[in-house]
Design a protein around this ligand. Structure first.
Ligand code: 5AD
Ligand code: SF4
Length: 426
């Protein structure tokens, strides 16, 4: 979502006549779009900002702006005011559409501006987007989250759930397809809770059925879905909608039912596993990926072993693994029994090892198969190689000409590693 916000900010700048300059000390405007989900990104933000202080001293006419979900936290804005007074512009996620106006004010009046809206009831449609790829696009379908997982900052920074009108979504996707987009990724903190307006109350699954009918659109993806809301209707959509890619990102967070309860996740270890089985029964080759947090307050060795056990049983294609980090203002901040850093790190290594050994086997199973791959670009390490993604979202490297970028091609898989596949064009 943060990446897509950046695409919109870039779109607004381009509309104003700016262009992207990769050389930082030549830019007239530097804008940092922040993420507050984990501590690392938070630290990196202040590090990057510190580096910019000298730049701003050398070139006072430079405009430095900061935005994104960190700005929705009062303590961050207070720190910026106290310690980084040279920052010109501060705005949040709820008023991202105001950016061109705010920038114009800065340029005209040369006065520092802080404008962060507490809430974003209205959905602003039609913001310009500067997409990274011409053939694939992100499409927001809803904003905010009502789940209040006890470790998570998102409900406080992105506000309550608001769904876009399905007609607006369909119109946007039709326009994207007319522009050459083949693959869309529907975005929302919890896409399963998508609900169109009364009286139809279009569900997330029905939205997918409608998108599946759009001529010229080839692939539909989405993220992220919460296990507690994964409906049978959505599982059926995987069976019926040929454009819906056989991949689901289904964050498990922990394998311990006791920890899941403390996290306020509203499902059990057995419930999660039952969902995995249901998905695989309906779509045998579905790729399942996940997010896992280690070291949540109160996590005992037995709880962690439950996580390892669920990883073994669920057989994820891959997983994003995170060390729990305290987020200010969340319920878990006040929980006792915070886990010592060394214990967290040891568990993290054991988890990564378990996850990776399954990824190796999962990828190995693709060798010999022919996969459809959307070619995304040239490989970063080998200019003669192309890279793309299968329907199951696996990264594939293979030899081919640049002219194939943006096309869906058939590739025979000949080798695999933990994180990618190698193939040859059929
Ligand atoms: N600490 C560690 N990981 C977190 N996530 C969210 N909040 C935290 C936190 N405080 C992880 C969850 C979520 C992913 C986007 O980030 O696994 O699914
Ligand atoms: Fe955060 Fe939970 Fe909402 Fe996901 S579902 S954004 S983890 S509160």
């Amino acid at each position: 979502m943060n990446e897509h916000d950046s695409e919109m900010l870039a779109g607004m700048l381009i509309n104003l006549g700016y262009w992207e300059n990769p050389v930082r000390n030549q830019a007239d405007v530097i804008l940092i779009n922040t993420c507050s989900v984990r501590e690392n990104a938070d630290k990196r933000f202040f590090g990057t900002l510190g580096q910019l202080k000298k730049e701003k001293r050398n070139r006072p006419e430079l405009v430095v702006g900061v935005c994104g979900c960190m700005m929705q936290q009062q303590h961050v804005v207070d720190t910026l005011k106290a310690k980084y007074p040279w920052v010109d512009l501060v705005f949040g996620t709820h008023n991202i559409h105001e950016f061109p106006l705010l920038l114009e004010n800065i340029l005209n009046e040369r006065k520092k501006l802080v404008s962060v809206w507490d809430d974003g009831e209205e959905i602003v449609e039609g913001l310009p987007v500067h997409r990274k790829h011409p053939f694939k696009a992100y499409v927001n379908i809803m904003y905010g989250c009502n789940n209040f997982c006890t470790y998570c900052i998102v409900p406080y920074t992105r506000g309550r759930e608001r769904s876009r009108n399905p007609e607006e979504i369909l119109k946007e996707v039709q326009k994207l397809v007319a522009d050459g987009v083949k693959e869309i990724t529907l975005l929302g903190q919890n896409v399963n809770s998508y609900k169109g307006p009364k009286p139809d109350r279009v569900t997330f699954a029905l939205l997918i059925y409608a998108l599946n009918k759009i001529d010229g659109l080839e692939r539909i993806r989405f993220m992220t879905s919460h296990p507690k809301d994964l409906s049978d209707e959505l599982i059926q959509a995987y069976v019926d909608c040929t454009k819906l890619c056989p991949h689901i990102h289904l964050p498990m967070q922990s394998g311990s039912t006791a920890i899941l309860k403390r996290m306020n996740r509203k499902y059990t270890k057995e419930g999660y596993l039952a969902l995995v089985e249901k998905l695989r029964n309906a779509v045998p080759d579905i790729a399942i990926t996940t997010d896992i947090i280690v070291g949540f307050p109160g996590e005992k060795e037995e709880d962690f072993e439950e996580t390892l056990d669920l990883v073994q049983k669920a057989q994820f294609d891959s997983a994003f693994t995170f060390l729990y980090s305290i987020r200010k203002g969340t319920p878990a901040e006040k929980y006792g029994e915070q886990i010592p850093e060394d214990v967290k790190h040891q568990r993290f290594s054991r988890l990564v090892e378990a996850v990776n050994s399954i990824s190796v086997e999962k990828n190995q199973a693709h060798v010999g198969r022919v996969e459809e791959v959307l070619v995304e670009g040239q490989s970063k390490t080998n200019r003669n190689a192309l890279t793309g993604r299968t329907g199951g979202h696996k990264l594939v490297n293979f030899k081919g000409g640049k002219d194939l970028i943006g096309q869906i091609v058939k590739v025979r898989i000949i080798d695999s590693t933990t994180f990618s596949l190698t193939g040859s064009l059929e």
